[in-house]
Design a protein around this ligand. Structure first.
Ligand code: VG1
Ligand code: CO
Length: 541
């Protein structure tokens, strides 16, 4: 075993569950090693315990996996469970940690960010509950990474990850597992597979775009082999290190191929997609896009139709910028609703405590207490199960939903790769102005409340501050501003817009029209052009 001297890096961000950087940064000697050793240095009691390890297969995955295996062995883990060829989706890692009672896991991914030699890479640590490390742990890792001066690694040959089974890395056992098997079995325990098979038999047309990313093998095994969907149902199913030179973000911009297919009048009945690491989902019915916020609400209202959720929901949670559509459902069902900061790690304690069964984010993340990550394939199966039982189309289900609960028109405008200083100045200026906003009349109505969101987690007693500036209007409309924590170039300003239309209102309006006034107020109030030089967002979702 070697103990190698190293010097800390200065570009780690506090408060994020891991690091996401350009591949070239990760190729610098010691960069990955510093993060991994910082994680191990912050954990106690893992000697002889199990670590789960895998990634989304992007460029650098293979090299990083070998390094981490040797470091885990040098640091004293007893066993490492690793996906064949180093592949595991994020929800599959979460499941394996829980199933094997592992100490924790390491996930290699930059999620929906592009891959390849010039793309992004990332790494994060998940704890024994299967979820992203909590605020307390990520803070400790950050502090450690600033002072670290050595890391430990074995001098050993690379482990063959191509074959299933056990090998030894000195005293540490390395168990190479099928990435899909355990996950597929979990899905089968939650959903009515025979109802979904019958749906496919009935001629229901389904397309899933794996975007050349990690879900390809999962989708093939589950949708085609176990549920009998025709082979052409899964597109771009072969994972590649560059994601086919694409951008594996299942939104209307990057998943345009499947979006265009869904918008045809003779298109499939359900189109879906997932991201680089398999935790996000896109759901589009025939000519009917389902916003992630609406998807969460529909799933909350219908989850009891799936066997795993038959006994109902204990509660639901959404991130603060996610639309309030699910709030209406929770109110009608008489179950608690929790509002958390952006990021899945904030759902972990609520799920562990049994306070919630379902949770989601506006950024195409939906999930439940079955794992501690958002789960793309799970969300698609949930929709298939609901469609199979209700026997209606996606658009009929949406119409029904809006007629019952009203409709929350919603959009997110992203200003990507803007100057970091400008973005910080914009937020600072708006923060200073919050006090004078309540009472102000705008063309989108009167502002009644303005604040900066903070969250107190009563379970671990942590306080998380500065989680987005929030303007609330007299009719319940909202404009929210926050800076992304996951971008790797400059800053990304996200502006979230929401307007509620009650059931008596006109549900036919187009989303863009419904939000036009809010959009223009959001630009003016924050001085977006003045601070960023941009007149238009780069991505609208
Ligand atoms: C974004 C999303 C957030 C999500 C996070 C990780 O964060 O807005 O909702 O939890 O990505 O998703 P930010 O800070 O850039 O807004 V994934 O699929 O990249 O693990
Ligand atoms: Co992801």
């Amino acid at each position: 075993m070697l103990t190698i001297s190293t010097t800390p890096f200065d570009d780690q961000k506090p408060g994020t569950s891991g690091v996401r950087k350009k591949v070239t940064r990760f190729q610098e000697p010691g960069y990955l090693e510093n993060f991994v050793q910082s994680v191990f240095d912050c954990l106690t009691g893992f000697k002889g315990e199990t670590l789960v390890l895998g990634g989304d297969g992007r460029f650098h995955n293979d090299l990083a996996i070998q390094t981490i295996l040797k470091m885990a062995a040098a640091n004293g883990f007893g066993r490492v469970i690793v996906g064949q060829d180093g592949i595991l989706s994020t929800p599959a890692v979460s499941n394996l940690i829980r199933q094997h009672g592992a100490f924790g896991g390491i996930i290699l991914s930059a999620s929906h960010n592009p891959g390849g030699p010039d793309g992004d890479f990332g790494i994060k640590y998940n704890g024994a509950n299967g979820g992203p490390a909590t605020e307390t742990v990520t803070e400790a890792i950050f502090v450690r990474s600033k002072v670290i001066d050595t890391y430990k690694i074995l001098e050993a040959d690379d482990v063959d990850l191509g074959n299933l089974g056990l090998t030894n890395l000195e005293a540490t056992k390395v168990e190479v597992v099928d990435p899909v098997e355990a996950y597929a079995t979990l899905m089968e325990s939650l959903f009515d597979f025979s109802a979904i098979s019958q749906l496919f038999d009935s001629g229901f047309e389904f397309r899933f775009d794996a975007m050349h990313a990690v879900t390809g093998p999962y989708a093939r095994k589950i949708f085609i082999e176990r549920l009998g969907a025709p082979a052409e149902s899964v597109m771009n199913a072969q994972p590649s290190t560059t994601f086919g030179n694409g951008h594996p973000d299942p939104n209307l911009v990057h998943a345009k191929e499947i979006y265009d297919m869904a918008m045809r009048s003779d298109g499939p009945d359900l189109c879906a997609a997932s991201d680089g690491d398999g935790d996000r989902n896109l759901i589009i019915g025939k000519q009917c896009f389902v916003s992630p916020s609406d998807s969460l609400a529909v799933i909350a209202a219908n989850a009891h139709l799936a066997p795993g959720y038959r006994s109902g929901l204990s509660g639901v949670a959404r991130s603060m910028p996610t639309s309030c559509a699910v709030d209406r459902v929770s109110e009608a069902m008489g179950i608690p609703l929790f509002e958390t900061p952006t990021g899945w790690k904030f759902f972990g304690n609520l799920l562990d405590a049994g306070d919630i069964t379902l949770c989601g984010e506006e950024s195409a993340g939906t999930g439940s207490n079955h794992v501690r990550e958002k789960d793309g394939v799970w969300a698609v199966l949930m929709w298939l199960n609901i469609l199979a039982v209700r026997g209606q189309s996606v658009s009929e289900i949406m119409r029904d939903h809006w007629e019952t609960y009203g409709r929350n028109y919603y959009a997110r405008h992203d200003f990507e790769e803007v100057d970091g200083q400008g973005a910080n100045d914009l937020i600072a200026a708006l923060r200073n102005k919050l006090g004078e906003l309540p009472g102000r009349k705008t063309k989108a109505g009167q502002i009644v409340h303005a604040d900066e969101f903070s969250y107190y987690d009563s379970i671990d007693e942590s306080l998380t501050e500065r989680q987005g500036l929030r303007l609330i209007f007299e009719d319940g409309s909202r404009i929210i501003y926050r800076l992304s924590g996951t971008g790797t170039v400059g800053a990304t300003l996200r502006v979230y817009l929401e307007r509620y239309e009650s059931t008596e209102g006109n549900l036919e309006q187009l989303t863009s029209d419904a939000l036009a006034e809010l959009v223009s107020v959001s630009r003016e109030l924050a001085g977006i052009e003045r601070f960023t030089g941009r007149t238009q967002p780069t991505v609208i979702t």
